[in-house]
Write a protein that binds this ligand. Structure first.
Ligand code: SAM
Ligand code: SF4
Length: 266
């Protein structure tokens, strides 16, 4: 699929839940979130059905995200259903890693190719502060489990305020070098203010190269993270929603007043 600006759209990010077991300061609002109702959340059949139509239209890369994807009940089954769509050449997941030790082996068997794990510091107290209560040892165990299960390469997503020279980021860089992990630095963004920028080691943030569509847990298809444009895949039907989203995908992002990272999936 090509959009109006001749960008090839072949990447779909699916947020499978708006829930999370952490409360990262840059992602979740301080006052907590208004959770979606169970009946508003797409079922596994709906997610897989939508993905199948998207693949028929040209999607080849799929990333499962959230919220925290591993808190969605039955996530291994969903991964297996999506992995069954054989045209998908790259099936990945972004996770905070805290529950990964329980799932890594089964995710590999289900057909997950690779994983990105978010880690912004290696200092246990800083981690607890940033995530409002998380235990960094859970992430370390999750990283080990992913490597042992062969969900490779394991990439680390490290959010920085300005640069990778900040103290927290330097610690994560060193940790990745020692542990044979790839690292991507993501500058902290503000959806409301429209502050975004390119990611070191990734393609995000560069609108001219943007190849993605995003599906939220409640079935809104978003052509751009930094825009309020969205199409309801239940109301419109999958194919129509895809064609509309690709048809109006903005040349570049502006701002987004109707969603957050926790429910769009980053
Ligand atoms: N819970 C999973 C996790 O943390 O990896 C997946 C969802 S999370 C919304 C996806 C990615 O978005 C994570 O790597 C996270 O660090 C990033 N993210 C969240 N809020 C952000 C922000 N304000 N600016 C930049 N990246 C952000
Ligand atoms: Fe949860 Fe991921 Fe957001 Fe942190 S960044 S609050 S782990 S969804």
């Amino acid at each position: 699929m090509y959009d109006r600006f001749n960008r090839s759209i072949d990447y779909l990010r699916i947020s499978v839940t708006d829930r999370c077991n952490l409360r990262c300061r840059y992602c979740m609002p301080e006052e907590g979130i208004h959770l979606l109702r169970h009946e508003d959340i797409l079922s596994f059949d709906e997610i897989t059905g939508f993905t199948r139509v998207a693949v028929a239209k040209g999607i080849r890369k799929v990333r499962i995200t959230g919220g925290e994807p591993l808190v969605r009940k039955g996530i291994v089954t969903l991964v297996k259903m999506i992995a069954g769509i054989k045209e998908i050449v790259d099936l990945s997941m972004t996770t905070n890693g805290t529950l990964l030790k329980h799932f890594a082996g089964d995710l590999k068997k289900a057909g997950l190719h690779r994983v990105n794990i978010s880690l912004d510091t290696i200092d246990p107290e800083r981690f607890e502060y940033i995530t409002r209560g998380g235990n960094i040892n859970d992430v370390f165990e999750g990283i080990d489990a992913a490597k042992k299960s062969g969900i490779l390469p394991v990439k680390i997503n490290c959010v920085v305020k300005e640069s990778k020279e900040e103290e927290d980021a330097r610690g994560v860089t060193e940790f990745c070098l020692k542990n044979d992990l790839e690292i991507r630095y993501i500058r902290q963004m503000d959806l409301v203010q429209g502050h975004f920028s390119a990611v070191d080691g990734g393609t995000g943030g560069n609108c001219a190269l943007c190849n993605r569509l995003r599906l939220t847990a409640n079935g809104k298809l978003k052509p751009c993270l930094f825009s309020d444009i969205e199409f309801d895949v239940r109301d419109l039907g999958y194919e129509k929603a895809i064609m509309k989203a690709v048809g109006v995908k903005p040349e570049s992002g502006s701002n987004n007043l109707t969603g957050g990272f926790f429910n769009i999936g980053g």
